[in-house]
Design a protein around this ligand. Sequence first.
Ligand SMILES: *Cc1c(COP(=O)(O)O)cnc(C)c1O
Length: 350
Amino acid sequence: MQRIARLRTLSGAKALLALKCFATWSVFPLMRQYLDGSTSSSLNEVRLGREKFGGETHAYSVAWADHEIDAVLTHGDKIIFNSLAQLQRFGDKARAAGKPVGLRVNPGVSNSPYLLADPARPNSRLGESDPDKIAAVIGQLSGLMFHNNCENRRFEHFDEMLGHIEQRFGHLLAQVQWISLGGGIHFSEPGYPLEQLAERLRRFAGRHGVQVYLEPGEASVAGAATLEVTVLDVGFNGKPLAVVDSSIEAHMLDLLIYDYSARIEPNTGEHETIVGGKTCLAGDLFGTFRFTRPLQVGDRLSIEDAAGYTMVKKNWFNGVDMPAIVVRRLDGREEVVRAFGYDDYVGSLS
Ligand SMILES: *Cc1c(COP(=O)(O)O)cnc(C)c1O
């Protein structure tokens, strides 16, 4: 949070929390001291942002429905449309409600290592890409949103892509008041050249006469939480195995859909062990880790980096109990802010 606040001060850019990455609202009172507001990908998120986060509330969705639009315009300060067709359908309503209107632009380049998460994938539905078509409606727009980074750890790469955006859409940038550059920039990691990024953003804003917005999701919460699990059984099948009281399908779905391993630290001992979940899914595996001694029933393990895209995907697969949400306060106190039981389980199935 402090790094984000520093970037805001140095660059003049505003930062909005992307709620799809992290929507654990019990810690919003702390986070809003460092951020300007929130951005969203659905009506539920816009409303959560308005009611629980406060500050500036951007409303974006890949597609709004007719029955949602009035509520979206009530809760959002700005509305960002994903397509010219959505702009045409709802633009007049937004202007009548006095809400500034933005459009998502797809610059056709990205750095995503995963096709699944690549907004510039072939035949992408995420944003408009033809500068001439956008120019034709520019008078209706107060801003443009570009979101084409995903886990981008290299400033040089960000810089290059921003250059590409300026080259292709430069004549449009000067005609709006604000530009959102989306999320996916991992500037909160140690070693990221924050000052260089700030300088680049400041120059970008000055050259085009715009207010810049950033929408950090992952960068807001990277490394901020762990998933605490307990070993229920140990065994051996060619390699030592352990089963824990959790599941990647139920609790850390990203590991499954992007096919990568969880992180457990340190990972340097002599006892290599496969750690798996307790569901019936054969590939429900957190990964293979090196422990300093053989695991035993009752051992507790900490899965690192469990905040982003994890706490918002609790889908009760196989009826596995949800992890409680525990907030470590700044004074070190740990507070169970929510625990889940059978009633919640039954209530979630409707
Ligand atoms: C997902 C998303 C973000 C947040 O991305 P992170 O990689 O978590 O920083 C921001 N803006 C938009 C439009 C998104 O779709």
